[in-house]
Design a protein. Structure first.
Length: 537
């Protein structure tokens, strides 16, 4: 019991207020976000690049299969100041990217007409691409690639290496075609080890890699192939992409093509064109020489050598030779011949034992020379004036001595047909000079004067009356058109006459009807109508 007058203090219990609910919920959400962020945070790695072009701190993403798996958090100079070090924070789900064997590169915006053009980077900017390694050994330091790899994400297919003399317009990413269907791409280009050519690595996507066989031939399908032959002008191209960015095509050579078998596991040849790819194998080359006593303007190194119309070689050198004995010059032409290009004829000769060694070839050539084989420069084109060497049989030519033991073999020659053509042109020019061109010109002037006089007579005597007649005819037609118009007086009178004629015809029809009913009215006169009688009083 408290004393009288004492102050009684009542203790209150603490009760939660509604205003504390919001801070508590906010703290709980923040804590959960922090935990979630900590759990989602993956490893931090450092990538070395030559340049940081296009990279932005906090904005540039790291993508794998077009999915963001990290972000650039810092960019600094390398310790030696010879590059940059890019710090990347990966997500926990992409922790496999921080393993040995992973590759990183900067994918810059790139326009292209092939399917590999990264158009998404035009809007989002550059990003860092990644190809994850499979070693399982964790590492946090990487050296980035300066060029994006041609193949990523472990595509199935097959890689091949092609060899060519020149690269042309081929670049990594150029398409690879089979029967005008895209089946792969060029992955890498570069010089060969001896710097005497170029090598092109291509990749054929599965299942198209099964199209590769031992008879596959590859050729450069870049640009447009124009050819003019007996069928007219022909244009060949694989696609618009091959025209603009280059491309490679391949098909199987026919089984009957000699020398078409190749090993599919070896490095292959990239031919310059489809024609060269499917041409028969040239085989062993034989050097021959020909001596001409006349000028060979228009014959160049590389000109074809044909035998009975079949291309079997080319000119390899052209030289002059001086003979002190008679103080004369001769044109010595060297050519490389490929007898195997004769096709079935060569196979027949080989079966007979007349082809193969140099001695057998010399004996065969002697036999052909005895039958009239000669080499003759011929005009290949009237437009360009280029010459080629034709090996043909000319039985009318006299026999010549042929030395089988001479190396290289020297083939007999005859004069060029272009010389005969020049003689014919000179003869035609001489005949033209003999024509009386001056007298013909005088007669032509006289005829032109007579024609001019005749035209003057036509202008002065015939044209005025004709013009007046045409004017009068035009006036007559105009008057006739006015008379026949709908509002002309003549048309009105014609209409009135037709109306009166119609009324008269109606009267005649009424009279004819009355006479048919009362034929006696012609004798007795007209009878009064009953209607008239009924009307009388």
């Amino acid at each position: 019991m408290s004393a009288p007058g004492a102050l009684v203090v009542e203790k209150r219990r603490w009760r939660p207020q509604l205003v504390w609910v919001i801070p508590i919920v906010a703290a709980f959400v923040g804590a959960s976000l922090m935990v979630q962020s900590f759990r989602a945070k993956g490893p931090r790695i450092t990538i070395s690049f030559q340049s940081a072009e296009g990279l932005q701190i906090g904005k540039t993403l790291v993508k794998y299969r077009s999915i963001a798996i990290g972000r650039v958090s810092d960019v600094t100079l390398s310790p030696g100041e010879d590059g940059v070090e890019v710090t990347v924070d990966l997500e926990r789900s992409a922790a496999n990217a921080a393993t040995e064997g992973s590759h990183f590169w900067v994918q810059h915006p790139r326009l292209g007409i092939d399917s590999e053009a990264h158009l998404d980077s035009l809007l989002s900017g550059a990003y860092i691409g990644v190809e994850m390694g499979r070693s399982g050994k964790v590492t946090h330091t990487f050296v980035g690639l300066e060029e994006p790899p041609a193949l990523t994400h472990g595509r199935n297919g097959r890689s091949l290496t092609l060899h060519a003399n020149t690269l042309g317009s081929l670049q990594p990413g150029a398409p690879l075609y089979y029967r005008q269907t895209r089946v792969g791409r060029v992955t890498r280009t570069g010089l060969t080890g001896d710097h005497q050519g170029v090598q092109i690595e291509v990749f054929i996507d599965a299942p198209h890699d099964q199209l590769l066989s031992s008879r596959s031939r590859f050729w450069n399908a870049s640009g447009v192939d124009l050819s003019l032959n007996a069928d007219g002008l022909q244009v060949r191209t694989e696609s618009l992409a091959a025209v603009l960015s280059g491309g490679i095509a391949f098909e199987d050579a026919p089984a009957e093509l000699p020398g078409s078998e190749t090993n599919r596991d070896t490095e292959l040849t990239l031919y310059a064109s489809r024609v060269a790819a499917f041409a028969p194998a040239a085989g062993e080359a034989h050097l021959v020489r020909m001596r001409f006593k006349h000028a060979l303007r228009g014959l160049n190194v590389g000109a074809p050598v044909e035998m009975v119309g079949v291309d079997i070689g080319h000119v390899s050198a052209i030289d002059l030779e001086y003979a002190p004995k008679d103080r004369s010059f001769a044109v010595v032409v060297s050519a490389m011949l490929y007898p195997q290009l004769l096709g079935h004829a060569y196979e027949t000769l080989a079966a007979e034992g007349t082809a193969g060694s140099e001695e057998r070839m010399a004996a065969l050539v002697r036999h052909l020379v005895d039958r009239g084989l000669r080499v003759q420069p011929r005009l290949g084109s009237l437009l360009t004036g280029q010459l080629y060497l034709a090996m043909d049989f000319l039985p009318s030519q006299s026999r010549v001595a042929f030395d089988e033991s001479r190396r290289p073999l020297e083939l007999p020659t005859v004069e060029s047909t272009s010389g005969e053509l020049q003689l014919r042109v000179a003869s035609i020019a001489q005949k033209l000079d003999q024509l009386p061109l001056a007298r013909m010109g005088e007669h032509l002037d006289a005829n032109l004067a007579s024609l001019q006089s005749l035209l003057g007579h036509v202008d002065n005597d015939l044209l005025p009356p004709t013009t007046r007649a045409v004017t009068q005819a035009h006036a007559t037609l105009s008057a006739l058109r006015e008379m026949l118009s709908t509002d002309s007086p003549l048309q009105s009178k014609v209409d009135q006459t037709l109306e009166e004629t119609d009324a008269t015809m109606q009267e005649l029809r009424a009279l004819a009807g009355y006479l048919r009913r009362h034929p006696d009215s012609l004798l007795r006169g007209r009878r009064p109508d009953l209607s008239d009688q009924g009307s009388k009083p």
